[in-house]
Design a protein around this ligand. Structure first.
Ligand code: FUB
Length: 466
């Protein structure tokens, strides 16, 4: 039986302008992989695919009459590299990641520590034949995934035809196609800010999968239909781009004014509490640059709570309000420059049960203030809301609208955002959950569901779907 059809790779060298010259940014890793569910077929043993038996990586034959389990084990989701967005990781259908240990390839759960992330990240080069790829280890760049005796190894590269063939794979359509709609973007992403600019949807999530949520960069994605997403790459990298924070790129949120785009973000100050910053760009996909060269809100500026989880709501009169806070929810009108405010006008609006992730929108003249309750590491992380008649409250708590659905394996549903489909009364909620099936509070994934209202304006319970 014929194997799945070949998906062509784009052999592509990244180019950047540096000191006025066009230079290759990363000449070593040259191939771009399609993300999403795929299978990896051996170049010199067509019909055999990268898979795993239990934990150990193998090269096994797969045909259309193979068992569902064999097909599942020969299917990986190609995702953002856990150690670098320039490279790739391969997530097995059971949630574990392909990684090397003692030079053998195996699948293991992501611990989020730097060693695991590096061991589970592979950088793509063109393979031995057109349309194939060779995968170099992120932390041992001179070693590649190759098969030997139909087991998978991480071996030192050799300049021989047999090594090149043994370390080249065709990326094919998956043997076990995805049956769920989610996550909307492959890989580990949390705290999604879903919004629209100029009739197009944009998604700004936290990059997840790091112990202690220590990921240092944010990416942007865009879509016209909330189903097919374009990855616009890294839009703000705290290491090089933010002088006062080099890690913990948490919960980005973007607002527009006068053709400019403002990215509000939390950042870690080494050894201290989080602070909140703002970056600016001429496009919703960046590149963003730190607008102030210092935090917009410093860690001790307001007593109580942590300065994280910013969000901006702009009312019909054009005034924008900044909401933020973990433990304590605060709001302040922003000045028209979007990067300053009067500290004397900051109000505390913490509702009962509030943990973090404030989000405000307006429908039919009613203001909706939503937030997350419990700890993001708990399966009981959930979303509640209140309504009010102004962007500053007072607020009437209405209750929980989004929570776990254990019968579907859905846990930890929270840190959401809400978007109105342009020109309609159709509303969508983006949120994260523990990655299905094997995630937890630092291995989260982003999904989107419909949000509907009763005739009295109350939000109907949101049913989280797979
Ligand atoms: O992703 C890091 C943190 O986890 C966010 O800032 C919180 O809202 C929680 O989701």
């Amino acid at each position: 039986m014929a194997p799945p059809s070949l998906i062509l790779l784009t052999g592509m060298a990244a180019l950047v302008i540096f000191s006025g010259e066009l230079v290759a940014a990363d000449p070593v890793y040259a191939a771009a992989l399609p993300t999403g569910a795929r299978s990896l077929e051996s170049v010199n043993y067509p019909g055999r695919y990268v898979g795993h038996l239990g934990a150990l990586g193998r090269l096994d034959p797969v045909t259309s009459s193979s068992t569902p389990q064999v097909k599942q084990e020969a299917t990986f989701t190609v995702v953002n590299g856990l150690a670098s967005p320039a490279c790739f990781s391969f997530q097995a259908q059971d949630g574990r990641f392909l990684r090397h240990r003692d030079w053998r390839l195996r699948v293991d759960a992501n611990t989020g520590d730097p060693t695991f992330r590096a061991d589970a990240t592979f950088c793509a080069e063109d393979g031995s034949v057109a349309g194939s790829v060779s995968l170099a280890s992120y932390n041992y760049p001179d070693r590649r995934i190759r098969h030997r005796d139909f087991a998978l190894w991480l071996d030192t590269s050799q300049d021989t035809a047999i090594f090149r063939a043994d370390s080249s794979f065709r990326i094919t359509t998956p043997w076990a196609p995805k049956t769920n709609k989610g996550p909307v973007i492959p890989g580990l992403f949390a705290d999604p800010h879903l919004t629209t600019f100029n009739g197009r949807y944009y998604l700004y999530p936290t990059t997840d999968g790091y112990a202690g949520w220590s990921g240092a960069y944010s990416k942007a994605f865009s879509s016209t239909d909330l189903v097919n997403w374009t990855d616009h790459g890294v839009i703000l990298d705290h290491g090089p781009d933010v002088s006062w924070a080099d890690d913990s790129a948490w919960a980005p949120a973007v607002a527009a004014r006068n053709g400019r785009y403002y990215l509000y973000f939390s950042g870690g100050l080494a050894g201290g509490a989080k602070q909140l910053g703002v970056a600016v760009a001429d496009s919703p996909t960046g590149p963003f640059r730190d607008a102030l060269g210092r935090p917009l809100i410093t860690s001790g500026q307001f007593s109580g709570g942590q300065a994280i989880d910013p969000m901006v709501f702009t009312d019909d009169d054009g005034r924008s309000y900044l909401y933020w806070g973990q433990g304590v929810a605060r709001v302040v009108p922003l000045n028209s420059d979007m990067v300053s405010f009067d500290p004397a006008r900051v109000r505390t609006i913490t509702p009962s049960g509030y943990k973090e992730a404030p989000f405000v929108f307006k429908r039919n003249g009613t203001y909706y203030f939503m937030w997350s309750e419990n700890d993001t590491r708990s399966e009981d992380y959930r979303v509640a809301y209140a309504t009010g008649s102004t962007p500053l409250g007072p607020w009437t708590k209405r209750g929980v609208v989004l929570q776990k659905r254990l019968e579907a394996g859905i846990k930890g549903t929270g840190h959401h955002s809400v978007v109105q489909a342009p020109g309609t009364d159709t509303w969508h909620v983006a949120y994260h959950r523990f990655a299905v099936p094997a995630g937890n509070g630092t291995n989260r994934e982003t999904t989107i569901d419909r949000m509907e209202f009763n005739t009295d304006g109350m939000i109907r319970p949101i049913v989280p779907t797979l």
